[in-house]
Design a protein around this ligand. Structure first.
Ligand code: UDP
Length: 237
């Protein structure tokens, strides 16, 4: 079994460690919560373990449906072995229903269904506040190649179909979510980072109750319970 060697990075929600295998890392999920580019800080008890387990569950499911991911093995509730990648510096946002920044930008009330799935790209850069970019910016800045971007878009739309269908069975509406992709040392584009209540908007299909990080962002209360409810509905526990 691989073990943690040196801490390579500590981000807002995770730590990343090297291992005995140069092509594998271990990620360790924290309970620290931040929002609004780090301006709001807090702790969500049990969040790290829930996000780790939900993300691994969804990545394993995506793998069976042909999406390559960084997931290798869950070591314990908080820690997972992943493939080493260099992250493509983009946040890919997939939207089915208007919410959050899209509602503000376009003046669409939250909850309005989009006529077509919307893909957005943001440049991953905290100092700049993750500005939205389009395909021209991405290619001009050489964040990735045209072929890689086309593949990222294709994977993102397929992931949306797979997740939306699965979540519907759990009585959850997938409003929008954020994905990150990475490149392996042999040049393969794979899904990286996490898919969890941290990076998705999940609404109860019947009541529209928010079961995600918006409870923390908007001080709605019941944050821990919402994360636990997602774990229960998805993994059945
Ligand atoms: N999102 C994320 N990380 C970010 C920004 C957004 O995981 O740094 C997710 C967010 O949880 C939501 C979706 O991407 O599911 C769309 O977020 P939006 O652009 O509406 O921004 P927000 O309103 O969250 O600031």
């Amino acid at each position: 079994m691989l073990t943690k060697k040196e801490q390579l990075y500590e981000g807002k929600a995770k730590k990343v460690f090297s291992t005995e295998d140069p092509e594998k890392y271990i990620v360790s999920y924290k309970d620290d919560a931040t929002a609004f580019n780090g301006l709001k800080k807090g702790t969500i008890l049990g969040k790290g373990a829930i996000n780790n387990r939900v993300s691994n569950f969804l990545m394993r499911m995506l793998e069976t449906k042909g999406i390559p991911t960084h997931y290798v093995e869950e070591l314990n509730p908080r820690e997972t072995v992943v493939r080493k990648v260099s992250i493509v510096p983009l946040e890919v946002i997939v939207r089915n229903i208007a919410a959050g920044s899209l509602s503000k930008r376009l003046g669409l009330p939250e909850g309005v269904k989009m006529k077509k799935t919307v893909l957005e790209y943001c440049y991953k850069n905290d100092e700049l506040g993750d500005p939205m970019v389009n395909e021209y910016h991405i290619l001009a800045m050489e964040f990735c190649t045209k072929e890689e971007l086309d593949l990222i878009a294709e994977y993102s739309l397929k992931i949306n179909e797979i997740l939306s269908a699965y979540l519907k069975q759990c009585n959850i509406e997938l409003i929008d979510f954020k994905l990150e992709f990475g490149k392996t040392s042999d040049g393969q584009i794979i899904l990286a980072d996490e898919i969890s209540p941290e990076t998705c908007r999940f609404w109860d299909s019947n009541t529209n109750e928010k079961l995600d990080k918006d409870r923390f962002r908007r001080d709605l209360g019941g944050v821990e319970d919402a994360y636990k409810e997602i774990l229960r509905r998805l993994l059945g526990e």
